[in-house]
Structure formats: structure tokens, C-alpha cells
Ligand binder design. Structure first.
Ligand code: ATP
Ligand code: MG
Length: 397
């Protein structure tokens, strides 16, 4: 076996299946990663054993997807997905097979997989099964469908996104026939669940090559979510990779670029349609508004932003500005955050209750709190309870 070898618990699963007479192999992404000399983040096993037989051999395993033949085998604190060799029937919805058949041989199972580099298996003694030329395609740094690409994308339109996911992660090219088929079948992407499209898009923008998304957009895979005819510049999109590998920052930068190229008119509508969570949507909307304004020029201005938009949005906007335009805004913001000076109601030395005791109510009370917050943001040394209370009562008189 290549330089990266599977952990003990994975070997244990393989050997247990083999010793009961069932063929068993490492398969899919982990084999591709081993070939690339990269440590796989999970280990998938395929076997001739039926799901019930796998459950019997490994008591305590979880029936993750019995209908599709998948059992999660638990060994101590670790687990691996073990799937019965299978073939798939037709795909009426261009995503899920209408019927799954368990089969006895490995090659049929490998034939249902998406790309040649993902359609290889390794036996416990290190022999590689590669009926579709995955090894050669990895050497050529090429992503190629197993079988006829148009048919494979007809079956499952998500594979078009997966091709770009792997291209952006590995820096591989998509083989000409596979790319031509994506061009033809791109309209099928409109039928995919928004959550799946969101996850694949996020993987691409978190990769070292976020500019891959320009091609995804040009081919029309995101048409359902974007205005047509946007002109996108891959060099600018590449700048997204300068951001930390965190989803909110990367989504904020993407939204900024889509807004400025008129591919979207509203960050909120775009991210809501893609089913991002509310916290991320709030963060990105705030960051988009801030990015449309000049960078704060003083600690006071930063604090005002922090008090109005919250730390998440302000940090995102500063980092995005730096990545997209080469400024050093985040450094200035960090100094303000490190100072520990008051920039939110929570840090104010008086509370709403204190002001109520002075007789303030409703709108007046809100306005006074805002006034005091602005005051201590400008004069941080004066965030003292007695002083603020006397200021509040003086302005009441
Ligand atoms: P990653 O490292 O991102 O997890 P992966 O190749 O392991 O990559 P998974 O989504 O975990 O990707 O899928 C595991 C394997 O299952 C793939 O390598 C591939 O063989 C097969 N597979 C997954 N999704 C599809 C699909 N939509 N169509 C065909 N085969 C698929
Ligand atoms: Mg995987």
C-alpha cells in the first residue's frame, strides 16, 4: 500500500469481513487521497456482505442507510461507513436513484461512482482495483466521468458541482468531454436542492481556488440564484483565498463581488435562497453594507461600527476589504478590539434599569442609552457609573 496507510480500526473492519468470506475494499475518496499522498479525512469501505450481515458481524453498528446498503461500523470511539456493493437503476429526479440493487462484484460498484479518480478500490493487502483508469487520470491531473458524461449528469446533476469541487480543491482540470457535457446539462442544476448547491458552493469558496466559481457561474450552474450576464474576473475571485478559511468571511467576500458585478441585487435574498443560516446571513448583510462605505479612519468610527453592526460583521468586512483591495483595515480594527474600550451597550457602565430609576422611560430611555454609548466611545476614560448617571440626570433637568 502507498505511503499513507489506513488506521488500525479500518484494517480491523476489512479483516473481519474477509475472515467471514466477504470481499471488502477501501473505496472512493480515501483511495484517491492515498494516491495523492494526502491523509484521508474519512475511510469508506465497500463489501459483498449485505447490510444485515454487516450489522451481524459488527454489533453496535448503526444502520445509516440500509436501503442504500450503508452501515456505520463503530470500533471503539472510531467509525467508518461500510456499503454493500451496489448498482443503481434510473434517476427520475436527476439526483436520486429510483432503485438500488445489491450486487456481488466490485467493478459494478465502482462503475456507479462519479469520477474515475473516485472509482478505485484497495484491498487489505494493498492491491489496487482501477477498472476505469483513475490512476492515469490522477497522474494527468484530470477529472473525468466514469462512462458517458452526459448520461452521468442526467442521472445526478449534483455531479456537475462535484466536478468543480474537486477541481477547486486539487487544481485538476475537468476533461474536455466531461466539461462539454456539463455545458449541455447545466440547466439541470436548477432542479437541485438549495442546501446541496449551498454546500458545494461553500466548498469551492473555501478551497485554495475560489475563482473556480467563475466557471461554475459562466456555465449557468447558479442561474437560479443570479442575474444573467454578469462579468466576473477570476483574478479578483482568487483574492477570496487570501481570507481565513472560514465560511462567513468567504461568503461575505463572494457577496461583495457578486454585488459589484451586478450578479445579485440583494445579499439577503441570495443567501436566503441558498438556505444559509440566519446568523451567517446577518453577518454577510452587515459586512456588505460596511464594504459599501469607506474604511473607518479613527478608533471612534470603528467603535461606532461595532456598536451598530456587531463584531461578526465588522470583522468580516475589515478582512474582506483587506483581501479584496489590499488595505490593512483589520490591523486597525484589532487594535480597537484589543483596547477593550466600550463599544456596545453591554460594556456601558450604566444599564437601562439605572436610567429607569432616574425616571426615564420608552424612547427617551433608548435615546439616552445611545447618547451615553456614543459619549463613552469618544471618551473611553469616562465609562464610569457615577459620571454617566450624573450626565444622564443633568440632561434630564
Ligand atoms: P471528500 O474528500 O470531499 O469527502 P469523497 O470523494 O470522499 O470526497 P464523498 O461525497 O464523501 O466524496 O463520497 C464518497 C464516494 O462516493 C466518492 O468518492 C464517490 O466514489 C462516491 N460518490 C459520492 N457522491 C457521488 C455521486 N453524486 N455520484 C456518484 N458517486 C458518488
Ligand atoms: Mg468522503
Amino acid at each position: 500500500m502507498a505511503a499513507v496507510s489506513p488506521p488500525k480500526y479500518v484494517k480491523h473492519i476489512l479483516v473481519s469481513l474477509l475472515s467471514r468470506g466477504y470481499a471488502a475494499y477501501l473505496v472512493g475518496g480515501c483511495v484517491r487521497d492515498i494516491m495523492l499522498g494526502v491523509r484521508p479525512h474519512d475511510w469508506d469501505i465497500c463489501t459483498a456482505a449485505l447490510p444485515e450481515q454487516i450489522m451481524e458481524i459488527f454489533p453496535g453498528s448503526r444502520p445509516t442507510g440500509m436501503k442504500h446498503g450503508t452501515v456505520t461500523v463503530v470500533v471503539g470511539s472510531r467509525s467508518a461507513e461500510v456499503t454493500t456493493f451496489r448498482s443503481e437503476g434510473s434517476y427520475a429526479d436527476h439526483r436520486h436513484p429510483d432503485i438500488v440493487r445489491f450486487v456481488g462484484d466490485l467493478t459494478t460498484d465502482l462503475g456507479r461512482r462519479d469520477f474515475t479518480m473516485n472509482a478505485m478500490a484497495i484491498s487489505a493487502d494493498g492491491l489496487i482495483a482501477d477498472p476505469f483508469g483513475g490512476t492515469d487520470d490522477i497522474k494527468a491531473r484530470c477529472i473525468r466521468c466514469v462512462g458517458d458524461p452526459e448520461r452521468r449528469f442526467d442521472e445526478d446533476a449534483l455531479r456537475m458541482f462535484r466536478a468543480f469541487r474537486f477541481s477547486s480543491r486539487l487544481g485538476f482540470d475537468i476533461e474536455a468531454g466531461t466539461l462539454a457535457a456539463i455545458k449541455k446539462r447545466a440547466p439541470l442544476a436548477a432542479g437541485l436542492a438549495a442546501e446541496r448547491v449551498r454546500d458545494e458552493t461553500e466548498r469551492i469558496i473555501l478551497s485554495p481556488r475560489p475563482e473556480t466559481l467563475c466557471q461554475v457561474i459562466e456555465l449557468g450552474l447558479l442561474d437560479r440564484y443570479l442575474n444573467g450576464n454578469a462579468r466576473l474576473d477570476p483574478d479578483t475571485f482568487h483574492r477570496i483565498s487570501l481570507l481565513p478559511k472560514r465560511a462567513p468571511e468567504r461568503w461575505s467576500a463572494l457577496c461583495r463581488l457578486l454585488l459589484t458585478s451586478h450578479a445579485i441585487a440583494s445579499v439577503k435574498n441570495f443567501l436566503t435562497a441558498l438556505r444559509l443560516d440566519n446568523r451567517s446571513i446577518r453577518c454577510c448583510c452587515g459586512a456588505a453594507e460596511l464594504l459599501a462605505c469607506p474604511c473607518p479612519a479613527s478608533a471612534f468610527e470603528w467603535k461606532r461600527q461595532l456598536s451598530r453592526y456587531g463584531t461578526d460583521s465588522v470583522c468580516c468586512s475589515a478582512r474582506c476589504r483587506d483581501a479584496l483591495t489590499g488595505t490593512k483595515c483589520y490591523r486597525a480594527l484589532r487594535a480597537v478590539l484589543k483596547s477593550g474600550e466600550c463599544c456596545s451597550m453591554n460594556d456601558l457602565a450604566v444599564t437601562g434599569d439605572d436610567l429607569m430609576r432616574l425616571g426615564l422611560r420608552g424612547r427617551e430611555l433608548g435615546e439616552m442609552l445611545n447618547f451615553l454609548l456614543d459619549y463613552v466611545m469618544e471618551y473611553p476614560g469616562n465609562n464610569r457609573r457615577e459620571l454617566l448617571l450624573s450626565l444622564a440626570s443633568a440632561s434630564e433637568e
